[in-house]
Design a protein. Structure first.
Length: 310
């Protein structure tokens, strides 16, 4: 585990925490960024918060920083665009690189890749204005509708009829042109955080909402986070191995989180990879780290250290 003194020695200049941005997840990003900022300050690491919505954000990094902690969720903060700009500057940054970020952000492309590799994921399809929604429901039955390139459950709706699917499609279209439907999986939901090349303890998610939506993630106080997750040792190892395989399959590095469902037959089904997970008071990676014996400050230091060593 990273020693703070060693980390301070590795840093050439102060660290920029990139937060805010333009995406629909801006509010969550601001919370994550402020938490990361405070954790670094508490460890006497020179740090500055920079909002990528500011027109001079790239210039400020180029002139004053050699290291960036990315706390941007969704949008160009996770799709590889920002990562490419930072690489052009020659600065180090936390998390996955350009290509892996792009793969993870595009749920449709990612799931096609998993299918080709034989990794389990629920049946899905991309829909558009010309899609026959009646046939979609006939093919999949109950579905969950998702913007292909958003996180935090933004724009997601369950649909069981063509009429519900039409309304859900229009809601998802508010967050981008690409919309996917995924066959609904009835069962337990898990998330597995990854730090370096290791998985952290799995967390089981339980909510009284229809699914683990935005409100259940960030607002509700009755969402249940179960860790240990309740699986026996063999099944949890299977879950962790699948999550790590999904993470590495698209080239992800550093840290992240993989969301998984367990269907009624007990089989695990991959949902998505998050390359810049939330770091708020409700967030899952800090919970998993705590279960593994890591404080929030230690977690932040380790993520930063991993970015310096790659």
């Amino acid at each position: 585990m990273t020693n703070v003194i060693d980390l301070q020695d590795q840093l050439q200049t102060s660290v920029a925490v990139l937060l805010g941005g333009h995406s629909a997840e801006r509010d969550i990003s601001l919370q994550s960024g402020q938490a990361i900022l405070a954790a670094l300050q508490a460890q006497n690491i020179p740090v500055e918060a920079i909002d990528s919505r500011d027109t001079d954000w790239l210039e400020r990094i180029a002139n004053h920083h050699r290291h960036v902690f990315i706390a941007l969720h969704g949008g160009d903060g996770e799709d590889g665009t920002l990562q490419g700009e930072l690489e052009d500057l020659g600065v180090s940054y936390t998390g996955s690189g350009v290509t892996a970020s792009a793969w993870a952000m595009d749920k449709v492309r990612c799931k096609y890749l998993w299918q080709d590799m034989g990794l389990p994921t629920p049946p899905f399809a991309e829909i558009n204005d010309e899609s026959d929604l009646v046939k979609v429901i006939q093919q999949f039955g109950r579905v969950i509708v998702k913007p292909s390139s958003e996180g935090s459950s933004i724009g997601m709706t369950i649909a069981s009829t063509a009429e519900e699917l039409s309304a859900a499609y229009m809601a998802a279209r508010e967050y981008g042109d690409s919309v996917m439907v995924e066959q609904w999986v009835q069962g337990a939901e898990f998330t597995v955080a990854i730090l370096g090349e290791q998985t952290l303890p799995a967390i089981r998610l339980e909510t009284d909402h229809r699914f683990y939506d935005y409100d259940a993630k960030y607002i509700a106080e009755d969402t249940r986070y179960i860790c240990p997750c309740g699986l026996n040792e063999k099944l949890e190892q299977q879950l962790q191995q699948l999550a790590l395989a999904a993470f590495t399959s698209i080239g992800c590095t550093g840290w992240g989180r993989v969301d998984v469902m367990q269907d009624e037959q007990g089989n695990f089904q991959l949902l998505e990879v998050n390359t810049v997970p939330g770091m708020t008071s409700h967030s899952l990676v800090p919970m998993a780290a705590k279960a593994a014996g890591l404080s929030f400050q230690q977690l932040v230091a380790e993520i930063l250290s991993l970015s310096l060593n790659k």
